[in-house]
Design a protein around this ligand. Structure first.
Ligand code: GLC
Length: 629
């Protein structure tokens, strides 16, 4: 063997040191060992306290390095909007995450913790990150490759903050738009949701064919993903969030389960359990489905994580009998508990249940092996700390261009002209004077929706970096065109100003989870008034910014054109790309658009799916028009 260079000698010495600590060879620290051997070696070294610590996920607000070290904490998360500082930079994020990690690495066995965050439409907690369209719009694109590229871009931005785990994708099949989380669902059609699981190899990396169905994360620019929320979260009665999905076994397995087959086949590393119930039984306590089906039938080998206080909510009221709830959740097959703050109560209660032989050690060992498998597979032991070189990925122009492409492809043109021979779109870029109206034209927070910077989203333009639809319009039209913006102009103003046409942007205000549950699905005022005042006086295209189909039928006749933009995110230019003909409209509805909420639930495959306003799959198309002046 040739002489080794000094650096090579140093590398070899370092490798040897990392696995031979204090004279003993630590097989689990040896990356050359098979994962199974590393798990086995580490497991036999672990105490009960260290094992239960691995099953504990706590929120960053309580996760000081000392708390993590003293309690052997295996995971930390940012809840929605939980950031180290307002408008925190990548460096501030990585300093926080690395600081917590060093607490974990300083424990006896040095098992790294895994930090998770809801990066559900880009790295949406982070100032300056690219915010992609929410899933309700991505389902419209029917473009799995696009969604895979979004996953890869999201993984880079998440890793840029030192975080290796995203609680995404949500593969809910939303069957009632009354549900406050319907925008997190790609479609009412499980086949579209199945195809969109391509985001998983985008986030995690491509799993080699020979390794089908095992957790996989391909290195330091990829993140562990999380298929959620298992199972039937989108099927609850009346769309009530965390409610009861009352359907037959056949419907559960044919509508809400299929995408989990694809997620597991593609190597998803974790699955999050749903708050909801199936036929009255809480999913967090459903051993038949979590262990019997997900683990034993589908052979899922990653780890199952609870939702936030998901175990507490097994009882009603929540936390009424924590020991019973915890026993139910752990015995159902949940491996990691998103506590997220009362970690001592969790640790002490589970320890008591094990010592009383109510929770067998075999269940604890199964949970910890699964958690360790993900950590070993993703290289967390070898690379536990952040990579500062990735900071430039956050909000990169390449990612923003990708998001702009996604916005274009997510739009659905529902009406174009009061008669087919009088199409209004594409709009002329050169006109003497045009009117832009509606609160959603100049509100980045509205166009991003919930799960953006704050859990419930933010109102206004200061939340992050992006392009409003109004700003995009001004960038797109000819410099000679005068653009007048009024949020809610009165009819006389519109009539008396000789506008060539108007763009009216209205819709829903941001919401998340149960705060978005809606019985009437109306566009809040002054949206309808703005439509009436403007469209009654001048040719108008209405752009609806919403997380789902909303009530438009009463206003439709007044509109010359109607576009569903869903929740497009930061890249408003994607909307004007199609409005002004640089690109054609291509999107097709991934949800049935009701005429009246009295028709709900109404899905494409329901026998009673009669007389929707716009049927599933509907969408007018236009061709790109170069130099449309
Ligand atoms: C929330 C959501 C879940 C999210 C988790 C952590 O309540 O149900 O989708 O991943 O808590 O923020």
């Amino acid at each position: 063997m040739g002489r080794m260079s000094i650096p090579m000698v140093g590398f070899v010495v370092l490798c040897l040191w990392t696995v031979v600590v204090e004279g003993e060879y630590m097989k689990y620290k040896d990356p050359k060992q098979p994962v199974g051997s590393r798990i086995k070696d580490l497991m036999k070294r672990m105490t009960l306290e260290e094992k239960i610590g691995q099953m504990t996920q706590i929120e960053r607000k309580v996760a000081t390095p000392d708390v993590v070290k003293q309690n052997f904490i295996g995971s930390v998360l940012s809840g929605g909007g939980s950031v180290p500082a307002p408008k925190a930079t990548a460096e501030v994020w990585t300093n926080m995450v690395d600081g917590i990690q060093k607490g974990a690495l300083s424990t006896r066995l040095g098992i790294p913790m895994i930090y998770g965050i809801d990066a559900v439409h880009g790295h949406n907690n982070v100032y300056g990150a690219t915010i992609f369209p929410h899933n309700v719009g991505l389902g419209v694109t029917r473009d799995p490759d696009l969604v895979k590229r979004i996953g890869a871009a999201t993984a880079l931005e998440v890793r840029a903050t030192g975080i290796p785990y995203a609680f995404a994708p949500c593969i809910a099949v939303c069957r009632n738009p009354r549900w406050g989380r319907c925008y997190e669902s790609y479609s009412e059609d499980y086949r579209i949701v199945k195809s969109m699981t391509e985001i998983i190899p985008g986030l995690q990396g491509d799993l080699a064919a020979k390794f089908k169905g095992v957790p996989y994360v391909g290195g330091k620019t990829k993140v562990a993903a999380c298929a959620k929320h298992f199972v039937g979260d989108g099927g609850t009665m009346n769309g009530i969030d965390e409610g009861n999905t009352v359907i037959s076994s056949n419907d559960l397995f044919s509508i809400h389960m299929p995408a989990y087959y694809d997620a597991i086949r593609k190597g998803v590393s974790t699955v999050m359990v749903s708050y909801s119930s199936w036929n009255g039984r809480r999913m967090h306590a459903n051993r038949d489905l979590v262990t019997g089906f997900l683990k034993n039938k589908l052979k899922f080998r990653g780890f199952v994580i609870s939702d936030w206080q998901g175990v507490d909510r097994i009882t009603d009221p929540p936390h009424a009998n924590y020991s019973y709830s915890l026993q139910s959740g752990i015995m159902a097959g949940i491996d990691m508990i998103m506590v997220p703050e009362n970690y001592r109560e969790f640790i002490d209660t589970l320890t008591s249940l094990v010592k009383a032989n109510i929770v067998p050690m075999t269940r604890i060992d199964d949970a910890v092996k699964r958690i360790l498998r993900v950590k070993f597979v993703m290289g967390l032991f070898e690379n536990p700390l952040s990579d500062p070189s990735l900071a430039k990925q956050i909000g990169s122009q390449e990612h923003r261009d990708l998001a702009r492409e996604a916005v274009r492809k997510s739009l659905v043109l529902l009406k174009n002209g009061k008669t087919p021979s009088q199409p209004l779109l594409p709009l002329a870029k050169r006109a003497p004077k045009i009117l832009v109206a509606g609160a959603h034209a100049d509100n980045l927070g509205y166009q991003c929706g919930g799960w953006t910077i704050e859990w419930q989203g933010v109102v206004g333009n200061d939340l992050t970096v992006g392009t409003t639809i109004l700003a995009a319009i001004k960038k797109t039209v000819d410099p000679s065109t005068q653009v007048v913006y009024q949020q809610n102009p009165d009819a006389n103003f519109v009539k008396s100003n000789g506008f060539s046409y108007a763009i009216v942007v209205v819709g829903e205000v941001p919401y998340a989870e149960m705060f978005g549950d809606s019985a009437n699905l109306t566009i809040p005022e002054p949206g309808p008034s703005t439509i009436n005042n403007v469209c009654g006086a001048v040719k108008c295209v209405v752009v609806v910014v919403s997380g789902r189909p909303v009530v438009v039928q009463p206003h439709l006749a007044k509109m010359d054109a109607l576009v569903a933009a869903w929740l497009p995110g930061t890249e408003g230019q994607g909307v004007t790309d199609a409005l002004f003909g640089d690109y054609g409209f291509t999107g097709k509805l991934a949800r049935t658009w009701f005429k009246s909420v009295d028709q709900l639930p109404m899905n494409f495959d329901d026998s009673h799916n009669k007389d929707p306003l716009f049927h599933f799959g509907f969408g007018l198309t236009t061709k790109p028009v170069k130099g449309n002046y």
